[in-house]
Design a binder for this molecule. Sequence first.
Ligand code: GDG
Length: 485
Amino acid sequence: MNRLIVVSNRLPFALDSAGEDLWTVTPAVGGLVSAIEPVLRGRGGTWIGWPGIAGKIPKAPLAEATRDAGYNVVPVTLSETERDEFYYGYSNEVIWPLFHDLQNFCNFDPTYWQAYKQVNERYADAIIRNARPDDFIWVHDYHLMYVAQALRERSTPQKLSALTFFLHIPFPPYDIFAKLPQQRRLLHALLQFDLLGLQTRRDVRNFLQCVRRVMPDAKVLSHDELHVIRFEDRKIRLRHFPIGIDFDSFENGAKSETVVQRSQQLRASFPDCQLILGSDRLDYSKGIPERLRAFRDALERYPELRGRVVLIQIVVPSRVDIPRYHEFKGRIDRLVGDINGRFSTSNWIPVQYHFRGLDREELLAHYRACDIAFITPLKDGMNLVAKEYCACRVDADGVLILSHFAGAAEQLKPDALLVNPYDVEQMADAILRAFQMSKTERIGRMKRMRRIVHRENVFWWVDSFLKTGTTLGRRSLPARKKATR
Ligand code: GDG
């Protein structure tokens, strides 16, 4: 088995200054890390990424803290300017909004692209320094789409057994992608990988549409769900791999004594009410204002909901240094104030709003306590909160209202109540429908969703990606089922 080299913008360890010459190293938790770490330990390998602080990285504290990780940890350095132009700039002011179909939020500053390329080259250099021939390279996400191109410019990839990439965010349709000034260069860079993984079939369709329009020399052969793109005498495989969660750890966590007690307390604070949960990072792609407007519309049009439902909206602070995110928080605050000002009574406040992250047990207690999850991103690669909610519904009761434009909708339809996150009235109607749904229907739907989330979990995801990547060299081209230019 080949060694695995995982490359991502952030390392699974965050380094932070705690005073002069004092450092803290905090391990990241989450499905991706817990799924990839055992593979890294088993096969041997390296994780390359940025530890989260700009400027010079003190080697000793990170080396000390990661000595027992079971794999090598290689930090990549970013200067403050690189952090601003590569991370906040090209990654988060160009690619993030554009790939979420929010082109009006983009700042196509030409200097950002140079920084993006330069930092991607730095990651490529780190790969060259640390990879051995036959290593399996797995690059993650939208910050690092230029890495394979940088490696090929350094003419090393032929030594690597697989050069693979997974995009965690959506891939946009051509009419949106075409706005990107570097559309050709970016697509060319992506086609330097040997395997491209996207979250959903919709993303794959969009990607192929862009390839056909922007790279007329590329030829696409499709066989079932695997697509092979012939480009510049190479074959690039493309497939959707919907990311999953560590189902058992969420389910077991939700059954723990502390979580059960905390969720009972939470329920007892809102007697006679159905609890509706919204939980998101502070991000304009998550559709939080639209959701609040829908909740307000539901209270206006359906008075039977007043005093009978509470929306618990958790907003986890994120990228707060970017002014746009600051303004966005102001909009949310005002909407919450408006709803609570208009509808509260002496013993009922319709929106419980938390602007902070919850610890894991608290989050699980919310998943267990809430009757309805209201997850309505304008666009989302997958949306793990939707899957975590299902995993924590250990009694298989509960309703999921989910945006059509979350990747998770492809797997969870038709049992989730699918909504258009731009359609406030439809979302309000979905709240009423969820509120009135019979227990039998709720359980039937939730059972089927839990089965899918359980089967297609994060370990299944890692396995399917690595298996597809491992057969790259050996696989011959599939029979010509559909050939398109
Ligand atoms: C990107 C793509 C794709 C949320 N609130 C709290 C908390 N969370 C955790 C959840 C979940 C994670 O944050 C959020 O995951 P998402 O999938 O919703 O979103 P992104 O962070 O935008 O991730 C996304 C994902 O990559 C994976 O491929 O699904 O589409 O955008 O795990 O549990 N965690 C804690 N407290 C909270 O209050 N501890």
